[in-house]
Design a protein. Structure first.
Length: 155
C-alpha cells in the first residue's frame, strides 16, 4: 500500500519538524478559509524552506500540472530542472500513477496530503523521504496551484 494520508494529525505525529513548520505556515495563511491563495504566501517568510519547495500550476479542462518553481533539493535529486515541464512528463515518486493520485486528491478534495517512503540509496543505504502537498486557490474554491515541500535523504 502506498503510504499517504490527508489526516494532518497523523502527519504531525510522524513527520520531521521542518515539514510540520511548513504545514503550520500554510495553515496560518488560510485565515479560516479552506486554503490560502498564492498571494497569501510570502517567499521571504518561507526562506528557510525554499530549497525544498515546488510550485505546480494546475490547469483544468484538460487537467495539466506544470512545474512553475522547483527548489534546489529537487533539482539536485533529479539531476535536472523540470521548471516549465509537466508533472506527467517529469514526475518522481514510487510511480507516476502514485504521484498523479497524490495531486488528484489534493486538487479534488481541496486538502493537504502527506506521503512518506523508505528507499535504498545508490550507495546501498536505507534512506527516507517525505512530502507535503498543499492546495492554493485564487477564488477559494478551485485549486489552481499546489505547493509542495519535501525532505529527502540524498546519500
Amino acid at each position: 500500500m502506498y503510504p499517504r494520508t490527508t489526516d494532518m494529525a497523523l502527519m504531525a505525529e510522524r513527520c520531521r519538524p521542518r515539514t510540520l513548520d511548513v504545514y503550520r505556515y500554510w495553515d496560518a495563511k488560510r485565515g479560516g478559509r479552506r486554503m490560502p491563495a498564492r498571494r497569501d504566501i510570502d517567499p521571504i517568510e518561507m526562506k528557510p524552506w525554499l530549497s525544498n519547495m515546488q510550485l505546480v500550476d494546475v490547469h483544468h479542462n484538460p487537467r495539466r500540472l506544470i512545474y512553475r518553481l522547483v527548489g534546489e533539493l529537487d533539482v539536485n535529486f533529479r539531476g535536472y530542472n523540470p521548471t516549465g515541464r509537466s508533472v506527467e512528463e517529469c514526475g518522481i515518486g514510487q510511480s507516476l500513477a502514485d504521484t498523479l493520485t497524490n495531486y488528484d486528491i489534493v486538487i479534488t478534495e481541496k486538502r493537504p496530503l502527506y506521503d512518506w517512503a523508505d528507499y535504498v540509496s545508490a550507495l546501498g543505504y536505507l534512506r527516507s523521504q517525505e512530502g507535503l502537498l498543499l492546495p492554493l486557490s485564487d477564488d477559494g474554491e478551485t485549486v489552481n496551484m499546489v505547493m509542495t515541500y519535501a525532505e529527502v535523504d540524498l546519500k
